[in-house]
Every structure is written in C-alpha cells, then in structure tokens.
Design a protein around this ligand. Structure first.
Ligand code: ZN
Length: 416
C-alpha cells in the first residue's frame, strides 16, 4: 500500500503492460462521494450510481459512469454485481511495534483503568526487535488492512522514544506509506520520568532532526490527565518545533477527559485532532469554526477496547464539525485494523447514518491528511477502490463482523 500523492503504482511506464486500461464492471452500486457526478443519486452526498463501471489506467481512475456507456478498454474485470466504494483511508494508526499486550486488555476488561502507562511495555519490546522483525510485523498489519478494504494508511512512530528507535520506526513506516507521523511525544519514556524537560528538548532537537527525512507529520499525546503524556504547554512546544521543521500537525487530544488538546489543535491550525471523546461546548464551537482546516478524527475502536464512553459524533456533525473515522490500530488500546468494524461502531454507538460513517472513513479521513486524490472516485484520482461482497454499502454496518470488504488492486483485479 503506497500513497504517494503524485505517482502511480511502482512499475508503470508507457511501455509496460500496466499502462493498459481496464474496465471494472458488474458494479451493482458504486459510491463515488463525487457530489458533481452526473446521473448519480446525491442523497446523503454519496454520489451513487447503479449498474456502474470504472476505467482504471496507470493506477488512476480514467472514467466513471453507467456501464451501458462505458468506453472501449484493453481489459475487462466483471465484479458480478458487487458494490464498490472508495478505499478506506485509515488516517490514524500505530503499526510499528513489537511485543504482546493481550494480558493488559484482559485486565482492563476486568476493571483496570487505562492511563497510558502500558505504552512503556511496547517501547521495551520495540527497542529489542531487529529492523527485519519490525518490518515483517508492519507488512503483516498493512496486508491485513488491505484485505479489509483499506487503501491508504497513516502510520505513527512512538514506540521507539529514542533518537535511533524513532528514526528507524519512521524509516520502516515510510516503506509502506507516505503518510508517516513522528510521535516522539507519545509518552515520556521511563528513563526520563523525572527529567521531562530534558526529554522534550531531545524530542524537538536531535530526535526531530533524525526523523524529519522520513516524516510528513508530527503528533503529540496532549493529555494532562495522564502522568505519562504531555501538558498543553509541552505539546505547543513540540508542535511549534515540528511546524518549523516543515511537518504538518496532528494532535491526540481529549481522550481521557475534557482537556486542552482540541483547543490547541484549533489554535495551531492542525490538520487533525484525534479521539475527541470528551468535548466541551467551546471545543465543538471551535472545531466547527475551524472545519475547513481541522478535522476531528474519531477512533471508536479505542473506546470499545478501553470500555470508555464514545465521542458524540452526532452532535459534532450537527454543529458543522468535519469528522473522520480511523482505527487507531495499536497494541494497547485498540488492536483492531478493521475499518468496517469502526464503521459499525460509528453507526451503532455514535449515532451516524451508514452514509455518514462511510464518508467519514473515506473522504473525511482523506481531508484529515490534506489529500484530495483519494476518498473520492473521480477521473484523475488514484484508483483506490474497495469491493464489497454485497450489493450495497449498507451491508458494511448491517453485516458487522463479516469480512465483506477488500481492496481492489490498482490494475482492477480483485483479491490479489
Ligand atoms: Zn493514537
């Protein structure tokens, strides 16, 4: 899964067979998210076509429309009456880690509260792993995501927490995606517990310099309620340094209780503030006013796996906040890589319609990565398509837990 905005798949050039055009047809229902598409059903902003077809060429979408009007192509792929949606954009994940924290999950389900402390366990195991071990772990997780319909993934560092281990986490992540995020300010590592200021100086100094070549974004766990995470002032210092180094801004905020994360993200013009579980009225107003710039990325898998309350997505949408959905796939608070599971939670637990959840997981999360070449199926965009073994997108939350979604490969073949 690559997600370089401007280039198509690896070996495509005008002289290779990859440059041939493929008609993907047999699409019972195509969700495009394209609000300008002619002949589409624009209810709930999905830009839906029945009996549709898509032409894919050089990894890009060349044509979208009714199958009956499809142009001539070199190849043809018949999906046999399935639904096709824009590939899921998982805009928040922590895939670079080693170790096993299943016992912590079991303890939490038996009443132990989450406070961010277990991250140190993943840090220990990640530091001890070889590059090849880490690479194999990330590859397996990315493949697992793709098999469930995810075509773009953002990957954060944050389990290295030393100059060397953060840089190599990002170097490995960058082998799989262009959406890499430096999260040296995940928690204060054990060896710096009584030297917080020194750790922050390291993060914004030597560590940032070592990570910038492999990172597009910087993120910080702004959560004064956790002794392990960072205060508003500390988070501002980290984000300012990242911005100065040319990185885009993301924030983990308001996960464990009302706090300064959302306000800080809005103040600094961050592209995304993630979790947003506990919001005050002023947070919602701030996010609504900043909806062109700052997306609230909701991670209901984390609430599920920590038995926490869910964010009030209904209230956010009604207030005009831009929202996204992502997995937060990580070893501590949500070891699920499944966007369909996240959609089902968003519909069942957060009051979104199936259409709102699908938009949040595609065009919404693309916006949180400031990408307009993904999340919408329209000519010129990347051919990131997900096939459902079902006649309609409604089945995503209707058939919760059933593996009906998978990514279509860029040449239009299914299941390779
Ligand atoms: Zn996270």
């Amino acid at each position: 899964m690559t997600s370089t905005p401007t280039t198509s798949s690896s070996s495509s050039s005008s002289s290779t067979p990859n440059s041939s055009s493929t008609l993907v047809t047999g699409i019972a229902e195509l969700v495009t998210n394209d609000e300008l598409l002619e002949e589409a059903d624009h209810s709930e902003h999905l830009g839906r076509l029945s009996n549709a077809a898509v032409v894919v060429q050089d990894g890009l979408i060349a044509w979208v429309g009714l199958a009956a009007r499809a142009p001539e192509t070199d190849d043809r792929r018949d999906l046999g009456g399935r639904a096709v949606i824009p590939g899921f954009v998982d805009s928040h994940s922590h895939l670079v880690f080693a170790g096993d924290r299943s016992a912590e999950f079991a303890a939490r389900m038996n009443g132990v509260r989450y406070d961010g402390g277990g991250i140190a366990n993943s840090v220990r195991a990640t530091r001890a792993a070889s590059d090849d071990e880490l690479r194999a772990l990330v590859a397996a997780r990315v493949a697992e995501m793709r098999a469930q319909g995810t075509t773009t993934v953002e990957i954060k560092s944050g389990y290295g927490l030393s100059v060397e281990d953060e840089a190599r986490s990002l170097r490995i992540a960058a082998e799989f995606t262009s959406e890499t995020t430096f999260l040296g300010a995940h928690v204060v590592p054990p060896e710096f517990v009584n030297r917080r200021a020194e750790y922050i100086a390291l993060v914004i100094g030597e560590m940032l310099s070592a990570c910038v070549p492999y990172a597009r974004w910087i993120d910080v766990f702004c959560e004064p309620r956790s002794a392990h995470a960072f205060t508003e002032d500390e988070a501002r210092v980290v984000l300012s340094a990242g911005r100065e180094a040319g990185l885009g801004l993301r924030v983990h905020g308001n996960q464990l209780g009302p706090g300064p994360g959302v306000g800080l993200a809005v103040e600094m013009g961050a592209a995304s503030v993630d979790h947003c579980t506990f919001l005050r009225e002023e947070d919602i107003e701030g996010l609504a006013a900043a909806s062109d710039t700052t997306v609230a990325t909701l991670l209901p898998g984390a609430e599920f796996s920590t038995r926490s309350r869910y964010p009030d997505a209904r209230r956010m949408l009604d207030a005009g906040v831009s929202i996204a959905l992502a997995t937060d796939c990580n070893p501590g608070t949500c070891y699920s890589s499944s966007m369909p599971f996240v959609l089902a939670l968003a519909v069942r637990e957060m009051g979104l319609t199936p259409a709102e959840a699908l938009r949040a997981a595609t065009v919404g999360s693309a916006k949180s990565l400031q990408r307009n070449d993904i999340g919408v199926v329209r000519p010129g965009n990347r051919a990131d398509l997900t096939v459902l073994d079902a006649p309609s997108y409604l089945y995503l939350s209707y058939r919760a837990g059933v593996p009906i979604a998978s990514a279509l490969d860029r040449g239009g073949r299914h299941g390779s």
